[in-house]
Design a protein around this ligand. Structure first.
Ligand SMILES: C[S@@+](CC[C@H](N)C(=O)[O-])C[C@H]1O[C@@H](n2cnc3c(N)ncnc32)[C@H](O)[C@@H]1O
Length: 351
């Protein structure tokens, strides 16, 4: 298989392509990207190496703008009467543990969703008949059939432990009734993305203390309260009254850049609308000073040079924390619920 397919947010194809190209180059793999603005995916074509090898060597968690990635080949001129057999013939003899029939996350591709729904059951049935589908086997690759038109698709494989666990790379999170803002889904998704179930249990324990910078009206605070943390919500704007009445939230009407916790806290989260570099410096300072052990923060990206801006922010954090002699984990992801922004996770690694 000669290409990698990477899904991303529509409008971020350039960032996604630049990032994949940089990661492949760092691994010594040459290739070129094809990306159409607004298409919500990028195609990385390899000159020599096998796309499946590159897929294994790339770390999905390191890719900021990737929602999903798989190694694939394109199948065109699918006959209307039988799409299933040519699609499966392109797959070869591989055994798979799951089948996802997908399309791009764009308005234009929406009309292909009915076709995806229609084709998924016969594809599964035919794979089963060929003895190649073992549903529930997480150790086997996942099959992606990614429709571009009714007659063209990419057919490929992802590694379940090195890809998004969500169909189309999109977590279906329900907006919780009672949460004061839609932003609440951002922190919910961030916790699912950056921490696995065991880490969430270990790192978000009832009774822990958190600070929420730029908290109003309280969507992120609400998520922390749901997990039984006590929260200091820093914002001049009005906070949701039910949160203030909960007894575990204290509002401080202060500048989030000046607020300092009287005692170190476990978590700090930050959704202030500010220049990304300024936020990055603040996050690094909180960890370097020992005011918190981990933080999740949102970076609102400028219109241009968005990939470079995130890299610049990573450098700021790296410089400050290395100077402080701290070991840390830093990751960024453009979450499904992020728009012109990315979310970061920064955590001290205990020695
Ligand atoms: C995107 S909203 C936060 C939404 C919130 N995370 C939620 O889920 O409801 C940004 C907030 O940051 C606050 N903000 C911006 N600059 C700030 C600063 N310097 N100090 C404190 N809050 C600030 C604004 O008042 C605004 O309420």
């Amino acid at each position: 298989m000669g290409s990698l397919i990477i899904y991303c947010r529509a409008g971020f194809e350039g960032e996604c392509a630049a990032e994949v190209q940089a990661h492949a180059a760092a691994l010594g793999v040459a290739g070129y990207c094809r990306a159409t603005a607004g298409s919500a995916y990028v195609e990385f074509n390899l000159y020599e190496e096998d796309a499946a090898d590159l897929l294994r060597r790339l770390n999905f968690a390191d890719l900021i703008f990737a929602r999903q990635m798989f190694a694939a080949q394109r199948v065109d001129d699918l006959p209307l009467g039988d799409r299933v057999n040519p699609l499966l013939d392109a797959l070869g003899e591989t055994q798979v543990g799951e089948v996802w029939v997908e399309t791009a996350d764009t308005n234009e591709a929406k009309e292909l969703q009915a076709l995806c729904r229609k084709l998924a059951p016969p594809l599964r049935a035919e794979l089963q008949r060929r003895g190649r589908l073992h549903e529930g086997r997480g150790d086997l690759p996942r099959l992606h059939v990614f429709f571009l038109t009714t007659a063209s698709a990419w057919v490929g494989l992802s590694e379940p432990d090195n890809s998004s666990p969500w169909y189309m790379g999109i977590p279906r999170l329900k907006f919780p009734s009672g949460a004061p803002s839609r932003s609440t889904l951002k922190l919910d998704e961030a916790l699912l993305t950056f921490l696995d179930a065991k880490e969430r249990e270990k790192r978000l324990r009832p009774g822990m203390h958190a600070v929420d910078l730029g908290a109003a009206p309280g969507g992120w605070t609400w998520q922390l309260v749901q997990r039984h943390l006590r929260v200091v919500a820093v914002d001049n704007g009005p906070m949701d009254q039910a949160l203030l009445d909960s007894g575990v939230v204290e509002q401080r009407r202060e500048d989030g850049f000046r607020y300092r916790p009287p005692k170190p806290v476990d978590w700090m989260v930050c959704d202030m609308v500010e220049q990304p570099a300024r936020i990055a410096r603040l996050m690094a300072d909180w960890l370097a000073q020992g005011w918190c052990r981990e933080c999740i923060f949102n970076l609102k990206l400028p219109m241009k040079k968005r990939y470079q801006e995130v890299q610049h922010c990573a450098q700021i954090i790296e410089q400050r924390l290395s100077k402080a002699g701290l070991r840390y984990t830093l990751r960024f992801k453009q979450l499904y619920h992020d728009r012109e922004e990315v979310t970061g996770y920064l955590s001290i690694v205990e020695r």
